[in-house]
Design a protein around this ligand. Structure first.
Ligand code: TYD
Length: 218
């Protein structure tokens, strides 16, 4: 493949996007597609330190405007050091969250102005936009319950239900605005069913067979 392909996985908490991403990476590798799995925040060594700062602030909570800069610092580093080089090598990138999370969480969720955020994102990414984005849509009541059941609680999970409702609606609105890029997945469906639906898209884009067991990871 001469040029890479950039696929992002987005959605509210507890939609299962990370386990689906890893299973899809296995599927692609099985068919000899060169894959790069990465995530935000934390896709570079410096980004990993930012991730710790963002998700586990030691004394004081970040104010909303400061938090944006941390996510964007992580992203700028990630784009320059990991994503663009991978695309230049012709890899297929599966990225767990990207710029749409900033619009959904900091914009729709926290209420920061979307036009300002868009400008900041363009600055940070130098305009790198995903080719396709999967939205793992799940109502916050279900997503948060799943997350609490798995014991993975972080600072952002502790926000109010109203915040998470705004985030979900934000993602759906973003998907409506750019239907050619987004694929909305009903993440309340059984895991195997969702994985089959995802593979169907990848099979089409990369000309692969769809057959083979779906195996849940993580
Ligand atoms: P993570 O543990 O990776 O959550 P998840 O498994 O749900 O992806 O934590 C990332 C958190 O950061 C998550 O709550 C979403 C949030 N986030 C933002 O608020 N803005 C952003 O730009 C990004 C990338 C993530």
């Amino acid at each position: 493949m001469a040029q890479g392909w950039f696929i992002t996985f987005e959605g509210p908490e507890g939609g299962g996007k990370t386990s689906h991403l890893h299973a899809l990476a296995d599927y692609l590798r099985h068919h000899h597609v060169p894959v790069l799995v990465t995530r935000e925040p934390g896709g570079t060594p410096l980004g990993q330190r930012l991730r710790d700062l963002i998700l586990h602030p030691s004394e004081d909570d970040w104010v909303d405007r400061a938090e944006v800069f941390l996510f964007l610092a992580d992203r700028a580093q990630h784009v320059a050091r990991v994503l663009r080089p991978a695309l230049a090598r012709g890899q297929v990138i599966l990225c767990d969250r990207y710029a749409d999370s900033t619009l959904a969480y900091q914009g729709y969720g926290r209420g920061l102005p979307l036009d300002v955020l868009r400008t900041m994102i363009t600055f940070a990414t130098q305009g790198l936009t995903p080719h396709r984005t999967f939205l793992f849509d799940v109502p916050p009541e279900i997503g948060l319950r799943r997350r609490h059941a798995s014991g993975q609680i972080d600072r952002l999970d502790a926000q109010t239900l109203a915040f998470h409702r705004r985030v979900r609606q934000g993602f759906l609105e973003l998907a409506r605005q750019e239907p050619e890029r987004w694929i909305v997945i009903d993440a309340t469906r059984p895991w195997d069913e969702v994985q089959r639906a995802l593979r169907h898209y990848l099979a089409r884009w990369f000309g692969l067979p769809e057959a083979g067991d779906t195996e849940r990871k993580g």
